[in-house]
Design a protein around this ligand. Structure first.
Ligand SMILES: CC(C)(COP(=O)(O)OP(=O)(O)OC[C@H]1O[C@@H](n2cnc3c(N)ncnc32)[C@H](O)[C@@H]1OP(=O)(O)O)[C@@H](O)C(=O)NCCC(=O)NCCS
Length: 161
């Protein structure tokens, strides 16, 4: 019984699903824990109602443990954010999230996808390289840190077949 309950609550097979308005609070919580300029619940509510924004959630049992957000314009899209709960990182769970997200973008007619990533963010860079993104540019001192430090951004691109 306890084993079944724990599988139902926190375990089981990860599922990638379209996010709904009811997820806005949890997505804001995950975003705020991952980035120093967190997006609030109302920002997620807005994105979840916009037709040009695609939001997927990663669910493990009853828990939402990650999300991916993209904005689309004509046949191009930009990945605005992807994040996992810090306790779930490091075991490849973001791969299925990203691939499913890319598949849905392709289904919407998207042919080219861009993103920006902090140059030293190795987990994110490795994930994107694994998913077929290549570096196409570098922006010096692009991200300002809370302490005043500036970090470089890489611009990455992937074309979809
Ligand atoms: C980026 C993120 C979504 C990746 O999710 P994840 O499921 O933990 O990623 P993985 O477990 O597949 O690890 C990705 C790769 O980084 C590597 N990695 C993990 N931690 C690392 C570290 N500290 N230094 C170097 N490489 C690291 C892993 O070994 C893996 O490499 P591999 O594919 O060659 O095995 C997750 O780390 C996260 O939520 N980060 C905070 C938010 C963020 O930075 N988002 C990206 C914004 S652009």
């Amino acid at each position: 019984m306890i084993g079944w309950l724990s599988r139902w609550w926190g375990g089981g097979t990860p599922a990638v699903e379209p996010a709904s308005l009811r997820d806005a609070g949890r997505l804001a919580q995950l975003h705020g824990a991952s980035f120093h300029r967190g997006w609030g619940e109302s920002e997620f509510e807005t994105m979840l109602t916009e037709r040009n924004t695609l939001v997927h959630r990663l669910r493990l049992g009853r828990r939402i443990i990650g999300f991916a957000v993209s904005r689309m314009a004509a046949d191009e899209a930009e990945i605005l954010s992807i994040a996992l709960d810090s306790t779930e990182r490091g075991r490849g769970l973001s791969r299925d999230l990203l691939l499913t997200h890319l598949g849905h973008l392709a289904g919407r007619g998207i042919r080219t996808i861009f993103l920006e990533v902090e140059e030293n963010n190795q987990p994110a860079r490795r994930l994107y390289e694994w998913a077929g993104f290549g570096v196409i540019g570098r922006r010096e001192r692009y991200y300002k840190q809370p302490g005043g430090e500036h970090l470089n951004a890489l611009l990455m691109r992937r074309d979809l077949p």
